[in-house]
Each structure stands twice: as C-alpha cells, then as structure tokens.
Design a protein around this ligand. Structure first.
Ligand SMILES: *Cc1c(COP(=O)(O)O)cnc(C)c1O
Length: 222
C-alpha cells in the first residue's frame, strides 16, 4: 500500500466514524504524524491532498519546515513534549498541542515576534505519574494562569490516554477530555486519537486526530 492508498483508507474510516457520530466530516482535521519519516514521504502525502502534518521533535520539525517551504498551504503541528529552549524552532510556525506550563507559553509568545500564538493544553488525562501534561484537577488553575499571557490563545485540549490493548480502552479517557473541554473551554478543539483509536476519538468528539503508522507505516525503532 502506498502512502496515498493509506491516506485514502484513513479518510474513509474518518468519514465512517463521523457518520456514526452524526458529525459533519469537515469537523475533523486529520494530522498526519510524519515523525522519523523523510521529507519525501511528506511530499507524497501532500500530493495526495494532505495538508496538516505533525512532528514530535522540535529540531526535526524546524528542518522539515525549511525543507518543505515550497509547499503552499501546509500546516504544521508540534505534538511532542517541547523544551522551553526549543520553543524558538516552532513559535509562530506550528500549532503546539503540548502546552503544559506558563514559562513555555511566555517563550512561545516572545519568539513568535508578534504573530498570535495558538496552542492546545496537554492534559495528563489519567493522572499517570510518569506522564507530562496538566492534571485534570489543575486544569482550571492553569487556564487562569495562561489567560494572563498576552498574545496567547488557548485553542483547545490534547491528551494521550494510557496505552490500551484495544481502541475501546481509550473511550473513557476521550470522554473525560471532552467533558473537561465542555466545562472549561466550550468552543475549544479536542486533539485526541492515534492510529489505534482515532475512530473512537471521533465518536467522542475529537476535532483533530493524530495518525502516523496507519498512513506512513511502521517507524524504525529509535
Ligand atoms: C507518534 C504520535 C502519534 C501517532 O501515533 P501512531 O500510533 O503512529 O498513529 C500521535 N500523537 C503523538 C503525541 C505521538 O507521539
């Protein structure tokens, strides 16, 4: 299967999930997670109509933005943990899905040089001790603090649920993220769902799904 074939299949599954959930297909943005895959793979997906791409590592994202700056209308998403000293690689150039602290927000705004910074808050949805992100119990306070950062717009919430065996294992966590969104950020985006569970995420309200393996194939072990 080529990247174009995989994309076609994933888009079909997104459309089916939208129909099941009684949602318009246009309400879900597919972010193709291209981390570790070469720029040529991104060009192939772009040629098949894909415009949104997600990367985990700030330097890799910076390099790919440069290598692909001839592609009009491409949108970049920074979906991995972002160190404050690497904020400059993505500020103003990518939608950050993993905002989890105010010093990162301030650095993103500073480095964006006047461009408005939109970011999603990463929520540690199952309060797992080894995971990053804002705890559900701290979300309200974090939102209040981030609300004071001028030039920043918190545009939604993101989560990576505990690794499950099957897609259904993620459903309660997706549902919880949606409830937090409804309560604290009513018009915000919901970035949730990966290759294993993006259809369940759409059924639970995802507006951004982050799909890597199902589009680009297995990543080389790192
Ligand atoms: C790698 C990654 C994805 C994509 O995962 P797949 O299982 O390959 O679809 C999505 N979100 C984040 C945060 C990731 O790190």
């Amino acid at each position: 299967m080529s990247i174009a074939d995989n994309l076609h299949a994933v888009r079909g599954r997104i459309a089916d999930a939208c129909r099941r959930a009684d949602r318009p297909v246009g309400s879900v943005t597919l972010v193709a997670v291209s981390k570790t895959h070469p720029p040529e793979a991104i060009r192939e997906a772009y040629a098949a109509g894909q415009r949104d791409f997600g990367e985990n590592y700030a330097q890799e994202l910076r390099d790919k933005i440069r290598a692909l700056d001839d592609l009009p209308g491409i949108h970049w998403h920074a979906i991995g943990h972002l160190q404050t000293n690497k904020a400059r690689y993505v500020a103003g150039k990518a939608l950050v899905h993993t905002l989890d602290r105010v010093d990162l927000a301030r650095e993103l705004v500073r480095r964006a040089e006047g461009a408005k910074v939109e970011a999603l808050i990463e929520v540690n949805i199952a309060s797992e001790p080894q995971k990053r992100g804002v705890l559900p119990a701290d979300l309200e306070m974090t939102l209040a603090t981030l609300g004071e950062v001028e030039g920043l717009e918190v545009a939604g919430l993101m989560c990576i649920p505990p690794r499950g065996e099957v897609a259904e294992d993620s459903r309660p966590w997706f549902r919880l993220l949606r409830e937090l969104r409804d309560r604290h950020l009513p018009s915000g985006a919901l970035s949730m769902g990966m290759s294993l569970d993006f259809e369940v995420a759409i059924e639970e309200g995802a507006t951004l799904v982050r799909v890597g393996t199902a589009i680009f194939g297995e990543r080389p072990p790192s």
